[in-house]
Design a protein around this ligand. Structure first.
Ligand code: ADP
Ligand code: MG
Length: 269
């Protein structure tokens, strides 16, 4: 894999879409691996109680594993609980366990409840420089996602190439504007990624056109194809980049990572 340009400052992406099954976790995992294989320092924070990102990056997250829950609710440090993924050198993961399911409610009564994650990340990255932080969110707009929106500098919305693709996106955009105005003025919807694109169907092409018309600058040129390799990789605790490096899925995530890194370096210049 090619060496990717380092951004001038940490870029923190929230991978958000309140719809489930659109490819958020798949995107977080594969982009993170591609960026790390490109020589960048990457941290994935798993904010979904299902822990699918942890699984796909080969990280144990069974009961008793400490991770995002301890950091958000108990104020423990990220440094104490990050684990290096076997997927790539320089790829760190803060795992999620099922405990995180309770965090959505427990956070309600915690002080500065929407700023828990940004504080923990700022504290961590002050001592452990990171180029990219990717926040994998659950499929809801609750306090876990809010913590991610407050901690992030950029939003990446994965959009699945299917009927009603844009449904829900306008609600997400309104939430983003609200968070931007009230809690995080740095937040930018910078990136849209088309996922599960099927080149054989007119529907996929129509959805892709519609999304590109809506988000002309944000939508990455590469669309992630629907691919069996991509969906199989997590059951081996792997990203598609190490599972089948030559597959179209791996190549497309690599292209997406290259474009994201290129845009980040360009903006800094
Ligand atoms: P989300 O995190 O938004 O809920 P996931 O990333 O878990 O979505 O993806 C939902 C399902 O679709 C998973 O089973 C995943 O393996 C599968 N999937 C995601 N992207 C692709 C793709 N490009 N091709 C085939 N299957 C995919
Ligand atoms: Mg997910």
């Amino acid at each position: 894999t090619p060496v990717l340009p380092r951004p001038a400052a940490r870029r923190t992406f929230v991978i958000a879409n309140q719809k489930g099954g659109v490819g958020k976790t798949t995107t977080a995992v594969n982009l993170a691996t591609a960026l790390a294989l490109g020589g960048l320092r990457v941290l994935v924070v798993d904010l979904d109680p299902q822990g699918n990102a942890s699984t796909a990056l080969g990280i144990d997250h069974g009961p008793g594993t400490a991770g995002t829950y301890e950091v958000l609710i108990q104020g423990e440090t990220v440094a104490d609980h990050v684990v290096e993924s076997p997927e790539a050198p320089g790829l760190q993961v803060l795992p999620a366990t099922i405990d995180l399911a309770g965090a959505e409610i427990e956070l309600v009564s915690v002080v500065a409840r929407e700023r828990r994650l940004i504080r923990a990340l700022d504290r961590y990255t002050a001592e452990h420089p990171v180029d990219y932080v990717l926040l994998d969110c659950p499929p809801s707009l609750g306090l876990l996602t809010l913590n991610a929106l407050v901690a992030a500098t950029e939003i990446l919305i994965p959009i699945q190439c299917e009927y009603y693709a844009l449904e829900g996106v306008s609600q997400l955009v309104r939430t983003i504007d609200l968070v931007k105005g009230e809690l995080n003025d740095r937040l930018q919807l910078s990136t849209v990624l088309l996922t599960m694109f099927d080149g054989r169907t007119r529907l996929s092409a129509q959805v892709a056109d519609e999304v590109r018309a809506h988000f002309p600058a944000e939508t990455l040129p590469v669309a992630i194809p629907r691919s069996v390799r991509i969906s199989e990789a997590p059951s081996y605790g792997q990203s598609v980049l190490t599972y089948h490096p030559d597959s179209v899925g791996a190549v497309s995530y690599l292209k997406a990572a290259e474009e994201i890194a290129r845009r980040g370096a360009e903006e800094a210049a």
